[in-house]
Ligand binder design. Structure first.
Ligand code: SF4
Length: 752
């Protein structure tokens, strides 16, 4: 038995773990007290990670689809030679727009994405579909308009805040904030602090709150705009802050002055006195912040919701301060800036859709494959992602993938998407390779952890860095070796700066600019082998560390990483490699936030014309109809669901069916009891569900979890395939984020 350090890979918190390992299995998992952010905290989900590491759907050899639909084992060379040949042929015949990628990692599994991006470059494609496009691109779009770049991302300083609004999130179950359950307890027991929850369900977090605004589902836009209007009409906005740091407030004020407060509060169906208390309390608090999540981003008027969420802390001056909302730096640049107003960024063929932060929304993918005619997507690589199960309209995605000329899936398990592939390439699991926690989103202190391999790779599995580098070599995009670089990397006398290697790399790129796009693979092949313990795949952290240190030398120094312009980033890189429990890589002052704003003069642009226009046209909509009288929230986070990497249903201690919450009054009306089965029908499809009677939901409102429906061991489907009822067109009009929290449905009792 040995004990090792690693991190949880089930949600964006990536808590540090201490794991006991025996006979190739995790035997005990607990929190790592030395982790600089989680400090020993974990939730119940992490303890079950062996169900990921040792599940029976793992694949260990490259597989090729046969004419009869079965898979046959092939060698890596056979698979990669054929894939390279077919990709080159598609590129030659149809150009880059015939190729797209999907996925590229998940929580704590980011390296694949870094190498996958090189495949788009090789294929001259800009089609990058991933799950963030199903969740967060509306939020990124609004950030881009407010702060000047879609790379700007907001953080909330909850630990130091006097007044916290949890908006469309239930941190008790979904986490997303530092050490969620401990933090909620701290807020609750401190009488000087106020916790507000805005959520249609009386969640575990709402039960602990001082004020719960249990609004009608899909009405966030009315409630938020009405509370902002109260702030402005009562002159509670922060004139000095707005003058010093923002432009466009006059237009926003005019818009808010036109909001029919009473009518909108009534539409949300919450008590006026509570709405007043929250608006006034937030504006007048010494410090206040908003933590928002999918509850508003997956709800009707998703973009407006995100806009109003941010106006809350901007017009009240609760930004750029202790206990407020802030921006943060990033060591791993997960987000980029792809402003659709810039003609340089191309749009898709069928939907004329633009990328946000470099990411396209899954909701358009089936149409771009099935309906774009000669210019359709014909080949895809899907990496660590399972769109045929986890993206909207699973039936449409399945049909689209079946029509591709080439589908390659790189994954650890035989997923629903892998079963549709021409080639399935087996990747090492997240605990069999070097990896890192890429959601570094904290402010003022930001942290990071690399995870070292805990188990030997199974069978013939390879790490993604090796798979993509080999593929690029077979495509002739990348030379098989860089002898000069490799020699310098090996014999450079001064490893404290890597100065000789970096100079040689710069010369290589200057001589052949095309190679810049393959920087990750070149580092992997050249400097990589010189790193200890076979850590080659994470060599790309070296340029990222150097870049971060050059941008924020003082913040990096405060976090304990010294050095001059040449060596500080290298020192940070070396510290990252050694810090098994992770480390703090930057420590900012609160007013550094203005350096993170990308607009000219570092001012925030409050007026977003498209959204002011949308607000002008806003009316109160009724989401239900005679045909679909209920609103279903599809995708609740519970005790035993997470991202979809657990395939073995045995990982769940409770709730094997992923029950549907229904208010007792609705159940009585439909003559339903706990455990009854129902048919749940939307415009898109039908699923079956098992009823749980629960008065924490409003009448007319139903809730089901995400993360179920895996066809484990090909034939044992566990729980509802929720995406059989989510539709491609049921999405936000701007960036096409699906509106999973507000799906109109009908419920019918099943007789047996
Ligand atoms: S699921 Fe999230 S909160 Fe729970 S242990 Fe894992 S990373 Fe931490």
């Amino acid at each position: 038995m040995r004990t090792e350090k690693t991190a949880c890979i089930l949600c964006s918190r990536n808590c540090g773990l201490l794991v006991d390992i025996e006979d190739g299995k995790f035997t005990k998992i607990r929190g790592d007290k030395d982790h600089p952010l989680s400090q020993g905290y974990i939730c119940q989900k992490a303890a079950r990670l062996d169900y990921y590491q040792n599940n029976e759907d793992r694949i260990e050899h490259p597989l090729k689809k046969q004419a009869d639909g079965s898979f046959a084992r092939v060698s890596w060379d056979e698979a990669l030679d054929d894939i390279a040949r077919r990709l080159l042929s598609i590129r030659k015949q149809y150009g880059g727009e015939a190729f797209a990628t999907a996925g590229g990692g998940g929580q704590g599994n980011h390296l694949g994405g870094a190498y996958l991006g090189q495949m788009r470059a090789a294929m001259k494609s800009y089609y990058n579909y991933n799950s963030l496009g199903q969740e967060k691109t509306g939020d990124f779009w609004v950030n881009g308009r407010l702060f000047g770049s879609q790379e700007c991302h907001t953080a909330e300083d909850i630990e130091h805040s006097d007044f916290i609004i949890f908006l469309g999130c239930n941190p008790y179950q979904s986490h997303g904030i530092p050490n969620a359950r401990d933090t909620l307890k701290e807020i609750r027991k401190d009488p000087r602090r106020t916790m507000v929850v805005i959520d249609p369900r009386r969640t575990e977090t709402a039960k602990a709150a001082d004020i719960h605004l249990q609004l009608k589902p899909g009405t966030d836009v009315y409630l938020l705009s009405a509370m902002l209007a109260i702030i402005v009409r009562e002159n509670l906005h922060d004139e000095a802050f707005l003058k010093a740091h923002c432009t466009g407030f006059d237009a926003v004020k005019t818009m808010l002055m036109n909001v029919p407060i009473k009518e909108y509060i009534a539409a949300a169906d919450v008590p006026m006195e509570d709405a007043l208390k929250v608006a006034r309390g937030f504006a007048q608090a010494e410090s206040a912040c908003v933590r928002a999540d999918l509850g508003i981003q997956h709800s009707n008027h998703s973009t407006l919701n995100s806009y109003f969420e941010k106006l809350f802390f901007l017009i009240t001056g609760q930004f750029g301060k202790k206990g407020g909302n802030n921006l943060h730096d990033s060591l791993i640049p997960i987000l980029s800036h792809t402003d659709e107003r810039n003609p340089k960024f191309k749009r898709t063929v069928y939907h004329n859709m633009f990328a946000v932060s470099g990411i396209l929304p899954p909701n358009i993918l089936p149409d771009e494959i099935l309906k774009a005619g000669e210019r359709r997507i014909r080949a895809m690589i899907v990496d660590s992602c399972n769109p045929a199960l986890t993206w909207p309209d699973a039936t449409a995605h399945k049909q689209a993938f079946e029509s591709l000329e080439l589908l390659v899936v790189i994954d650890v398990a035989m997923t629903e998407t892998a079963r549709l592939a021409d080639y399935v390439l087996p990747a090492a699991s997240q605990f069999e390779k070097w990896e890192f926690t890429g959601f570094n989103m904290e402010f003022p202190k930001n942290g990071f952890q690399v995870r070292h391999p805990l188990f030997p790779a199974k069978g013939e599995t390879l790490i993604e860095a090796e798979i993509y580098t080999r593929l690029l070599e077979k495509m002739g995009e990348l030379p098989k070796s860089f002898p000069v670089l490799s020699r310098i990397a090996k014999y450079e006398p001064d490893f404290s700066s890597h100065a000789g290697f970096i100079a040689a790399l710069a010369a290589t790129f200057a001589a052949n600019k095309k190679l810049i796009r393959y920087g990750a693979s070149i580092l992997y092949r050249t400097l990589g082998p010189t790193l200890e313990n076979n850590a080659a795949a994470i060599t790309l952290l070296l340029p990222l560390s150097i870049s971060l240190a050059q941008k924020y030398p003082d913040a990096v120094r405060r976090a304990g990483h010294d050095g001059n312009k040449l060596t500080q980033g290298v020192n940070l890189f070396n510290a990252i490699l050694k810090a098994r429990s992770g480390l703090i890589f930057s420590e900012h002052r609160y007013d550094d936030v203005w350096r993170l704003v990308k607009n000219p003069q570092r001012k925030i642009t409050l007026a977003i014309p498209e959204l002011l226009d949308a607000m002008d046209k806003l009316s109160i909509d009724d989401l239900t109809s005679e045909q679909y009288p209920f609103i279903l929230s599809a995708g609740e986070r519970r005790s035993y669901n997470a991202n979809q990497i657990y395939r073995d249903p045995k990982w769940r201690k409770i709730d094997p069916n992923g029950f549907m919450r229904m208010h007792p009054a609705d159940a009585e009306r439909l003559d339903l009891a706990k455990g009854d089965r129902v048919k749940c029908q939307s415009e898109t499809g039908t699923i079956e569900a098992v009823i749980e009677i629960d008065d924490s939901v409003r009448t007319g409102y139903l809730m089901m979890p995400h993360g179920y429906g895996s066809d484990y061991q090909n034939g044992k489907v566990n729980g509802p395939v929720i995406n059989l009822i989510t539709g491609l067109d049921h999405c936000d009009p701007i960036h096409r984020t699906p509106l999973h929290k507000t799906i109109p449905v009908n419920i019918e009792k099943l007789s047996a």
